[in-house]
Design a protein around this ligand. Sequence first.
Ligand SMILES: Nc1ncnc2c1ncn2[C@@H]1O[C@H](COP(=O)(O)OP(=O)(O)OP(=O)(O)O)[C@@H](O)[C@H]1O
Ligand SMILES: [Mg+2]
Length: 287
Amino acid sequence: MDAPNVVNLSPKIRVRNLNKVFGEPPSEVVALEDVSLDVQENEFVTLVGASGCGKSTLLRIVGGLEYHTGGEIVAAGKTVAGPGADRAMVFQHYSLYPWLNVIENIRFSRGLQASRKDLSSVDVEVASGRADALLNLMGLPSMAKAFPNQLSGGMQQRVAIARALMGRPEILLMDEPFGALDAQTREVMHDLILHVFKLEKPTILFVTHDVEEAIYLGQRVVLMAPRPGRIDTIYKVPLPTARHQDMKHSREFLEMKKEILERIRETSGMKTDIELLERLSRTAAET
Ligand SMILES: Nc1ncnc2c1ncn2[C@@H]1O[C@H](COP(=O)(O)OP(=O)(O)OP(=O)(O)O)[C@@H](O)[C@H]1O
Ligand SMILES: [Mg+2]
């Protein structure tokens, strides 16, 4: 939770009493119930929680890709009523255009498309320079002319991130962006996204299943719980802003990981299921 003496009147993302119900009674699903969360400017907040607790729904609502059924949501100073160039999204499955090469994919940003009418030749040149700079930042300078199907998963996701950054979004919304990558590539991507965070200073809301990833990247970890989807606990990560892989072995890190994993188990109902299974096994053994 925010310290009580910190007063910030303009968080970059402000979610108030958000509700989202899918479907109609009697088969309605309460995906989000009374969710309130402030994310400050240039803050990196990670979202974890059992499958189905509404993480993606919350992110999609902030991104303007989904309507909410109650509450209020303000992003970059405006009430969210749909997608906008101030928010960019990166998903688990790389959403590159297969018929465009890498540099064309990066240049083809939604933010730029939105303001294309007003672009002068100088703007186009600046955009071109930025696309090259982002390609370098992602460590892919020799891949400019390659097509997505010639790239590894990690490379494709780096291009997707570069494309998301192209329009200088104030807010970056990431839904399990590294979920499909192997462990080694994921570690590289973690340090890369932290570097981007330091350099470009976006505000980041990042969904993951991986508690270690959530702690390593986040300044705060928001734990959500299912049925109905809600915020259960907000943890402030007790690590310096500049992260290093070695910190994953620190006492603070491991204690927080244990605490969050335990709480996810409690809120997901997995504990109860295991107890039930044990009882059933005992009964079966006795008969
Ligand atoms: N379009 C939809 N129509 C009906 N129900 C939906 C829809 N999208 C999501 N839901 C339901 O809303 C709830 C929250 O889903 P959501 O995808 O946000 O969960 P999640 O936390 O992202 O899960 P996961 O970790 O598995 O990705 C789930 O019960 C899901 O079945
Ligand atoms: Mg999801």
